[in-house]
Design a binder for this molecule. Structure first.
Ligand SMILES: Cc1cc2nc3c(=O)[nH]c(=O)nc-3n(C[C@H](O)[C@H](O)[C@H](O)COP(=O)(O)O)c2cc1C
Length: 89
């Protein structure tokens, strides 16, 4: 099986509540389990940093869900071989 990995950073919309973050995590967890996808999602109150990995078909669906989410604005995805740099203030 070919595994694919994606790393991206994304800005959250202003005023995002903890409740919506909790709902996102629950929904993502349920969906990722079915899609065979796993990863690490970090949130500092303003930005998301997400590492995802899994089979190509599952990853395509999960990443499409991420890009469709209304609670994030800009997204920067790491290109192969290029680390994504985030300044931690
Ligand atoms: C930073 C971020 C990470 C997400 N991670 C996942 C994920 O790992 N798996 C998944 O199925 N959906 C993921 N999603 C999508 C959400 O689970 C959900 O589809 C989305 O929040 C739908 O609500 P909305 O359109 O109102 O934002 C993510 C969304 C965001 C913004």
């Amino acid at each position: 099986m070919n595994l694919r990995a994606i790393v991206y950073a994304s800005e959250a919309i202003p005023g995002l509540s903890n409740g919506r973050i909790h709902d996102l995590a629950q929904s993502a967890c349920r969906f990722n389990l079915q899609a065979g996808v796993t990863g690490v999602l970090l949130y500092d109150g303003r930005r998301f940093f997400h590492y995802l990995e899994g089979p190509e078909d599952g990853m395509a669906i999960v990443y499409a869900r991420v890009l469709a989410a209304r609670i994030r604005t800009s997204t920067t995805t790491a290109r192969p071989g290029c680390p994504l740099m985030l300044e931690i203030a």
